[in-house]
Design a protein around this ligand. Structure first.
Ligand code: HAM
Length: 498
């Protein structure tokens, strides 16, 4: 008997476990289904066998809600750039491949693996620009701009293309706002570029930290390079495969690696500042003195190298300042925790996600000469606009003043619609921002839209008003309606919206 009982027990347990497993599988399946339907809710269903267009990986549509922020940021930057004496320049999206090989550098990630390149119909090897600086330097040399009073300051913005592994903050079509100062070796130029950035981030209210380093000149880098080589050679087996290759091609690039094992080794690597020649050291000290004088808060980062070959002396980057993640893993506690919504969880994830640089740059004193121009010291930097816009959203900055209309113009019937079309133009010319939906016939739908826009007044034109040459003014707050002559409407609106 004992034996039988003992044998039966596990059977029941097994059945129970199977049931639980089945149930949990069902739950998972349903959850997945729910997730799927949520994701697909707003998308057009795909028809079998039909071509359905799809955006390319790493590319992004910028929809009207976002273009408002883009326009605002670009306008602010243009105003600021002009007030610092920068002039706008535009260079082509397509350039010769050789231009980037000789400037950005053969061992840079950009040239090595990220360029969109092709042979055009004329057999020329061309690339879609992955950065602005080489194109601007080419233009400076080709257009003889060294004959103009120096230094010469340029700004530009637009799309760039890098075939990167797409992830948060990393696009294949990215946008930069870029600044260059050509024709001066003075440290004050470097300092003013950084000061410009502090002014820009302050106007947006964006919390950013500024990191700075000096890469010295080719001669001081030579001795540092061999020190670095010796240090990493002894630890070669712990380096990632990319860095093992970098050890042979350009050991300085190892300092840029984000692999956690490599980062561990980097924190104990020799620092370039200890090897700067006296001129480079004096240049760096002066830059820092200027920054201190102007109350710029910066962090010295001895391992900041940047990923492009042309830099000499000062380099800098701008990083978003994010709050420290609380130890309990959540922003919310107790009662609050119960109210967690997906949106909040998303926000929390964004806030504590590892950030990417919002911009960076530095001095490039030898680039013009190496591309065939005269010896022309220069410096510059670029903001990643896509990342700045994302950061504005993450830090929840109210950068836009609401420009929503104060008036809504509603119409009922064909004749009223015709009159409203003309009235809308008259009001617009008088400087009123007017909401409308002339394509809708139903008054209810139009009133719903007026409510959504939060307008103060709604003008209603119906058949009776057309006959009487009048118009209804509805105060959306009190609900009171008044009939006024169409002729007096502008005067009446000016009085009410004073
Ligand atoms: P960069 O560091 O390669 O420098 O790019 C500048 C900024 O562009 C980055 O800090 C980042 O914000 C943004 N960025 C870069 N790659 C991506 C990407 N795949 N997706 C989104 N944003 C990205 C340069 O390009 C230099 N030409 C800057 C410069 C100007 N140096 C001197 N003058």
């Amino acid at each position: 008997m004992m034996k039988k009982k003992q044998k039966r027990k596990p059977k029941i347990k097994l059945q129970k476990t199977k049931k639980i497993l089945k149930k949990s599988k069902e739950i998972k399946k349903n959850k997945f289904k729910k997730l799927k339907t949520k994701k697909q809710k707003n998308k057009e269903p795909r028809k079998k066998g039909k071509y359905s267009p799809k955006i390319l990986r790493g590319m992004k549509d910028i929809l009207p809600e976002e273009t408002k922020i883009w326009d605002f940021v670009c306008k602010r930057l243009t105003e600021l750039a002009e007030s610092y004496g920068f002039q706008k320049i535009e260079t082509p999206v397509l350039e010769e491949r050789a231009l980037f090989e000789k400037s950005t550098g053969l061992s840079s990630d950009i040239v090595e693996k990220q360029m969109y390149q092709f042979t055009d119909r004329g057999g020329n090897s061309v690339v879609m620009r992955p950065e602005f600086t080489p194109g601007i330097v080419r233009s400076y040399i080709e257009q003889g701009m060294f004959n103009l009073p120096q230094p010469i300051k340029f700004f530009c913005f637009g799309p760039l293309f890098r075939y990167e592994r797409p992830q948060a903050g990393r696009l294949r079509q990215l946008h930069q706002f870029n600044f260059e100062v050509l024709g001066s070796a003075k440290p004050v130029v470097d300092a003013q570029l950084i000061l410009f950035s502090q002014a820009f981030f302050n106007t947006l209210g964006l919390k950013v930290n500024i990191q700075i380093n000096s890469l010295g000149c080719p001669s001081c880098r030579k001795s540092y390079r061999s020190k670095l080589m010796n240090y990493f050679r002894a630890k070669q087996k712990w380096l990632c495969p990319d860095c093992q290759r970098r050890l042979k091609t350009n050991p300085l690039r190892i300092l840029d690696c984000q692999n956690p094992d490599c980062r561990e080794l980097i924190t104990r690597a020799p620092q370039l500042v200890d090897d700067l020649c006296s001129e480079c050291q004096s240049h760096f000290v002066k830059v820092l003195e200027y920054l201190d004088e102007a109350n710029v808060i910066y962090k010295l980062n001895p391992y900041l190298v940047r990923g492009l070959d042309y830099y000499t002396r000062t380099v800098f980057e701008f990083w978003p300042e994010r709050p420290e993640k609380p130890i309990n893993d959540s922003l919310l506690q107790g009662e609050e925790e119960k109210k967690i919504t997906n949106e909040l969880q998303e926000k929390e994830k964004e806030l504590f996600s590892s950030p990417s640089a919002l911009g960076g740059g530095g001095r490039y004193d030898n680039l013009v000469e190496s591309l065939g121009g005269r010896l022309t010291p220069a410096a510059g930097f670029a903001y990643g606009l896509d990342r700045i816009i994302e950061e504005i959203k993450i830090q929840d900055l109210k950068v836009l003043k609401s420009k929503s209309p104060q008036i809504f113009l509603a119409q009922i019937g064909e004749v009223a619609c015709r009159r409203a079309l003309k009235l809308f133009e008259d009001l617009r010319k008088q400087g009123f921002k007017v909401g409308e939906n002339l394509a809708k016939d139903s008054l209810k739908a139009q009133m719903e839209m007026a409510n959504k826009l939060g307008v103060k007044l709604t003008l209603i034109l119906g058949q009776q008003e057309i006959l009487d040459k009048t118009i209804i003014i509805r105060d959306m707050h009190s609900g009171n309606q008044e009939i006024v002559d169409q002729e007096k409407i502008i005067k009446e609106l000016k009085k009410r919206l004073k």
